[in-house]
Ligand binder design. Structure first.
Ligand SMILES: [Mg+2]
Length: 182
């Protein structure tokens, strides 16, 4: 791991949930051929990248702990997703292999993946955003000290804690980030 250079100004990043935020959710997906991007995601990520945001994927993959898929299969799916999103570049892709039955510092809503990214890449977490479709994504961003955008699958759903913003789709989430930081 490269040493953090604290003489450099801290960077800002957008942390992105994977399943049902960037790609269609297929439970315990182990086949890269099944990866399907959601509408507006590639264009939205490009806009963020062009505006100087670092991009990270942070995803819970409890199928590993449950024995439904392997680390290699999850990495292959992640690689396919990144390939489909080119020329978008991710500074980091993190996944938690733990299940909800385990004590975990990385499984969302625990903030471990975001804190690790912040340490490694000298991120200023209060300037960062966490974007996801589940209340656990909102709680994870909150626990890391980030701002949060929730794109609920059902607009009647509730989140505790409340997100900084709620969006109807990925494109709107990107617009919020760009307008709040213009
Ligand atoms: Mg999700």
């Amino acid at each position: 791991m490269p040493a953090t250079d604290y003489t450099q100004p801290q960077a800002r990043a957008v942390f992105l949930d994977r399943d049902d935020t960037l790609m269609r959710d297929i439970p315990y997906c182990r086949d890269p051929e099944l990866v399907e991007l959601l509408p507006g995601v590639r264009d939205g990520l490009l806009r963020l990248q062009q505006s100087g945001w670092l991009l990270f994927i942070v995803t819970n993959q409890s199928g590993i702990a449950r024995g439904y898929c392997t680390h290699a299969e999850v990495r292959a799916v992640n690689s396919r997703l990144c390939q489909l999103l080119q020329p978008v570049k991710f500074t980091g892709v993190y996944y938690s292999p733990d299940s909800s039955e385990q004590h975990s510092t990385t499984r969302k809503p625990a903030p471990g993946m975001l804190l690790e990214a912040a340490r490694t890449h000298n991120l200023h977490l209060p300037s960062c955003w966490m974007v996801g479709d589940r209340p656990t994504d909102v709680a994870c961003g909150h626990n890391a000290g980030c701002r949060t955008i929730w794109i609920p699958r059902d607009p009647r759903d509730c989140s505790d804690p409340l997100p900084t913003h709620k969006a109807t789709d990925f494109t709107q989430a990107v617009q919020i980030i760009l307008s709040e930081t213009a």
